[in-house]
Design a protein around this ligand. Structure first.
Ligand code: ADP
Length: 478
């Protein structure tokens, strides 16, 4: 039995700020437990302490040396869903309301990475593979290989590193390497831990790990090009032999229209009536006109540049000229929030904006809508389109990254497909396809129903992808 430790900064059911938490929840559960013993390590945030405090089992007291300071930490464990979760407690860094967004985030990441190594040494638990996720845990491989390599057990660990979004890299001043992590200065001088004139955590993860993966095959290709490479394209090209794209899935139990807390549960068989019921109830809750024939379009997203929100904002009036209703759920950049607030005021009963992060409302919107609009500028994988398909809501997406890999567009001749897509990043192209979709919705209901069926029948689970990760684990273990 091989041991795999997942290291990340967020995971459901404990804390979630985005898709990473969904993946760290679903992927470990999907890995074959006959072959692998899987654990997940997370920081013990305030919210987790509050919700799970009494259920956590104290395992160890550890000392974590960061710079010249000995920080203390406690290690706890908690088992749920067949997964052993390990939590690192340090009140100074983790007993906070939010996961990210603090001035000392870099110190929190450094502490966390060193604490994971120390936890392994001081508890004597040595995994065969540590699978790190995003820049928050990108220092781990470097610490093992450059600083703790005299420990034979640490030296034997193999490192898999997954990039969930290349735009967030963790770029900091070089002094953290020596002052806070205690690396020899030579590793900065010789370029091992250097990127331009700074310390770039993502770059360190990419060069120091044995295998690098990202969350779709298309994104794995895209990020080797300057347009999508966020300045690291040539580093990724340099690692292309060890760079793999494995598409994300979602946990089918967590997102299940048959059991979820929506207005009324439904399945592939009962979706026509089920979705109609959910749509009416959603229209009522949202203060939209009760109109079964209006195409109900949803945006459930961070309101950012990445998510192509400029295309949505530019097209609001064109969209709402039609027999269409629009719900926007999300928060982010103030210019988009302002535009959606204005939209709501201008079109009462036809368009609403909920400027918040609301998990339960999101599920109800997935269930009650006809279409999910997701015109991302770039999208490593995207989970929202997978959730939408699971709930029989057709995604309209831009053909990039995981959106391209998962949303097969409507083919009017073969009746195949499970959504709609466009390629050039322009409002004109998006609206061209939007209008086609709207015509299918209004004039070809049997085609629309076929697409909904295809979408709901599409396998959005982590099953196949978990097998691909297992193959990579076998490969890295040699
Ligand atoms: P991201 O780049 O934000 O991680 P993904 O599509 O990979 O994008 O995952 C987004 C996840 O967050 C999905 O589970 C989606 O339903 C959820 N989500 C996004 N915005 C909101 C919101 N405002 N309220 C509730 N859930 C949201």
């Amino acid at each position: 039995m091989k041991r795999v430790l997942f290291a990340a900064f967020e995971s459901l059911p404990f804390v979630k700020t985005g898709g990473l938490a969904d993946v760290i929840y679903a992927l470990p559960r999907a890995i074959d437990k006959e072959k692998y013993e899987v654990k997940v390590v997370l920081p013990l945030f305030k919210k987790i302490k509050k919700n799970y405090g009494e259920k956590l089992k104290h395992l160890n007291h550890i000392v974590v040396k960061t710079g010249s300071i000995d920080e203390k930490a406690e290690v706890y464990s908690f088992k749920t869903g067949g997964i052993d979760y390990l939590f690192i407690e340090n009140d100074k860094f983790f007993n906070r309301d939010d996961v990210y967004g603090y001035d000392d985030d870099v110190l929190r990441f450094c502490f966390y990475n060193v604490a994971i190594v120390e936890m392994l040494i001081q508890t004597g638990y040595y995994p065969d593979i540590v699978h790190c996720h995003d820049y928050h845990t990108a220092l781990f491989a470097a610490l093992c290989k450059l600083k703790y390599s005299e420990n034979e057990n640490i030296k034997k660990i193999k490192h898999v590193f997954t990039i969930h979004n290349l735009i967030y890299q963790g770029r900091y001043g070089k002094q953290i390497l020596t002052d806070y992590l205690g690396f020899d200065h030579k590793y900065y001088e010789d370029g091992t831990l250097r990127y331009n004139d700074e310390c770039n955590l993502m770059k360190i993860g990419i060069v120091m790990s044995d295998i690098v993966t990202t969350v779709s095959k298309t994104y794995a290709k895209e990020i080797q090009m300057p347009e999508y490479g966020e300045g690291l394209d040539f580093v990724l090209k340099y690692r292309q032999e060890d760079l793999y794209g494995v598409v994300n899935g979602i946990d089918e139990k967590l997102f299940d229209p048959k059991k979820d807390q929506i207005y009324k549960n439904y399945s592939l068989k009962t979706h026509v009536k089920g979705k109609a019921f959910n749509k009416e109830a959603l229209q009522e809750e949202m203060g939209l006109e009760k109109d079964p024939d209006a195409m109900l379009v949803a945006v459930i997203s961070r309101l950012t540049y990445q998510k192509g929100m400029d295309l949505v904002v530019q097209s609001i009036e064109d969209i709402l000229k039609k027999h269409v209703q629009l719900i926007v759920l999300g928060s982010g950049e103030s210019k988009y929030e302002y535009a959606f607030k204005t939209m709501e005021q201008k079109h009462p009963g036809q368009a609403v904006f909920h400027c918040e992060y609301n998990e339960n409302l999101a599920h109800k919107i997935y269930a009650g809508s006809d279409m999910l609009l997701m015109p991302s500028r770039f999208e490593p994988c995207g989970l929202s389109q997978l959730i939408a398909m699971r709930y029989g809501t057709l995604p309209l997406v831009r053909e990039t990254g995981g959106l391209k890999d998962t949303v097969e567009p409507y083919n009017k001749y073969t009746k195949e497909g499970r959504g709609f897509s466009f390629a050039p990043f322009s409002a004109w192209d998006m609206m061209y396809v939007f209008n086609i979709a709207n015509r299918v919705y209004e004039n070809k209901p049997s085609d629309w129903r076929m697409l909904v069926k295809n979408a709901m029948a599409y396998n959005v689970s982590f099953g196949t992808s978990a097998k691909e990760y297992e193959e990579l684990y076998e490969k890295v273990l040699g």
